[in-house]
Design a protein around this ligand. Sequence first.
Ligand SMILES: [Fe+2]
Length: 441
Amino acid sequence: MVSVVGAVFVALSLAPLLVLSVPPIGTQPEQVHISYAGFPGSMEITWTTFNETEESTVEYGLWGGRLFELTAKGKATLFVDGGSEGRKMYIHRVTLTDLRPASAYVYHCGSEAGWSDVFSFTALNESTSWSPRFAIYGDMGNENPQSLARLQKETQVGMYDVILHVGDFAYDMHEDNGRIGDEFMRQIQSIAAYVPYMTCPGNHEAEYNFSNYRNRFSMPGQTESLWYSWNVGSAHIISLSTEIYFFLDYGVDLIFKQYEWLKKDLEEANKPENRAERPWIITMGHRPMYCSNNDKDDCTQFESYVRLGRNDTKPPAPGLEDLLYLYGVDLELWAHEHTYERLWPVYGYKVFNGSIEQPYVNPKAPVHIITGSAGCRENHDTFVPNPRDWSAFRSTDYGYTRMQVHNTSHLYLEQVSDDQYGKVIDSIWVVKEKHGFSAWF
Ligand SMILES: [Fe+2]
């Protein structure tokens, strides 16, 4: 009798341990995020499971219609993190097609072995006269992501059509054998499962040849999200890797590959019929060509690699400033510096304002915005006391940028300070009656 009671007692006292030892359900989808797949009527849904599942399925339907009346299937790829544990995860990708423009959809993703929460998104409006609204920032970490709460709420009330995250995620995705990447992707799900989350790589993604970045995100094109372009409203948006100028061990040839691709892409975007439809050409890349921060970063140097290229490679590697100027790029978005800085229209270290009274009305060179202050464990950066004359406005507040491409001639930008509870601390209208190289003269 005593021994039976003893056995029951032992069993009960071990119960919590037994519960704890139940393995997590590895087929349950998590880290759900969406991106524009790059062609009209498309959206790419991406998520993670820790065990293999037989299928990768998205069930979806129009908001207000019959739930999950449509089904799309994709596939999963095995991603093995480069850390000592060699952690495995399955990244699932499904491309939705033939979506009705500007219509809201409800979806969940997974397989018969586990489904995600129910999310929603609005398919991009494919009209060139549409005025898309963006939130733009770089350098947001798993720790101290100060702007995240405000971005979550603003996204959920429908303030943004697209998010641009201009490099540097999680700090760093590979850390703790990729667990920091998992945590970060869970953190941004509240934004990224609802609105296309478009990215470019930053220096914090470099570990194991950018493999966490290349595997976790799903941008258009065939470069594993490293560089690509897409259209929205009256804008052609180009995402670039500035990191190829710095991590030469991963291949000097990448500089030339991207440069050739970029040249072709700009040529195509500048064909008269294309530029007439989508006159705004906007680039995003992580490390700026210009900045007035008081560190030793590339952008503080006249001989910036991103701006002028590198002479220490064989053959010498071209930089980006001339190419972007020659093809009449209107706006260049950057991050990396944990501050906000707006430049006067600038080319070759010289200011080319439209006029003294209205610098951004018919500017004679590209406009640069540096917005890397979303919040991360490295905190703020600081500025040199006396900036060059191309620096127009600077702030060390945590925050992010909002942009709306209103129409073919008007584009609006403003900077939100999270430190000042969402106050707009800077804003400009860029007005262009003409786009392209000939607009500079
Ligand atoms: Fe960075």
